[in-house]
Design a binder for this molecule. Sequence first.
Ligand code: ATP
Ligand code: MG
Length: 397
Amino acid sequence: MEKFDTTGMKLFLIKLGEISLKGLNRGFFEKKLKNNIKLKLHPCRSYLTREKGRFYLYVDNSVSDEKIEFILKTTFGVVGFSKALVVEKDWDEMVRAAAELIEKEPFADGKGSFRVQSRRSDKSFSMRSLQIEQQLGGVVLDRYPEMTVNLKHPDKTLYVEVREKVYLYTSPVDGPGGLPVSCAGKGLLLLSGGIDSPVAGWRMAKRGLNMDCLYFHAYPYTSDMALQKVKDLALLLGPWLQGTTLLVVNFTEAELWIKDHSVEEEHTLMMRACMMKVANKMARKRNARVIVTGEALGQVASQTLESLCFTDSMSKIPVLRPLIGMDKNEIIETARKVGTYETSILPYDDCCVIFSPKHPLTRPDVEQQTKSYNNMDIEEILDKCVNEAAEYPINYI
Ligand code: ATP
Ligand code: MG
């Protein structure tokens, strides 16, 4: 398999799962995943080849295991991975590699139970799986006489795969699964400083959507701290999103205009309508085909079914709401997993709440609100918002 020189490099086996079942499109998905991994490893020396639903990733020894693990744990499409030793199909070499592996974690303490689990896809190899397991089990017991064999629930496992070569590993790690980012096209994430929208972005990235992020800032009504918080969230999302661009729109003029040109109960709805309009304009400019928000049904006044219908009517392109049916607790759980929760709960001021009415309409009528929106005559201000937006590139590592 190796047409390249792998001296001075370490090997990671990568499990692909869903994308290896993609039939005719498999090549497309695998190529995206390969590019995404390679991009994150750049400029370090690495080789990545595919064989039977697996990736074999060789990375220069100078790159730390922690860095490679971080990359693989935050790259959608990776179902699992293990750092492995690779040797020729030669018994002495296999024993030597097993002996080397069990000197390290998780075997290093020489205690508890273990098993050897062997898979032999190359049936021409003279030893059967059971034989390999028994004999390498013997190697472990010679080294660590205190250890016991437990085939059902071992504390530690030594895995052996006999393919065109033999691969041995002890510590498989779960990847995030999903589809490689950008295989589904591009969207625009409305990213606020709250808990929900980072999770919404993460979920859509998991289904392969590439995204720019758009934040509405209302300086000086919302502070620089609020902007910094959104930048921090974008940085935390960066690895998952394969990098992104944070677009910051100054929304102050629009908000003041809304305040002066609509009735108080409608302020929130008018603001959400304007956000949708700006998002549509920005999406066109950035070649995004959908808008993503962190809305969940019934969470706040602007997320009742009627309000959502109105916001929807303001958008020409589809609005994806991956959290629509999730409870706050479920969203929080995901936010912790993604790593955005602690930042999201820092106190901040959102432009949505600056001018929020005491009694917002919760059951708006689409026709009525559309009239209110048109009466505001705000289009020019919204165009300016888009044209004067600031751009912050966010890296993927
Ligand atoms: P979040 O926790 O994501 O802020 P939320 O529960 O506070 O959501 P809203 O404030 O009504 O709910 O916002 C609903 C969605 O609108 C957000 O999830 C986000 O996608 C978008 N949004 C709200 N405020 C902003 C903002 N200042 N900039 C960009 N998008 C925003
Ligand atoms: Mg919010």
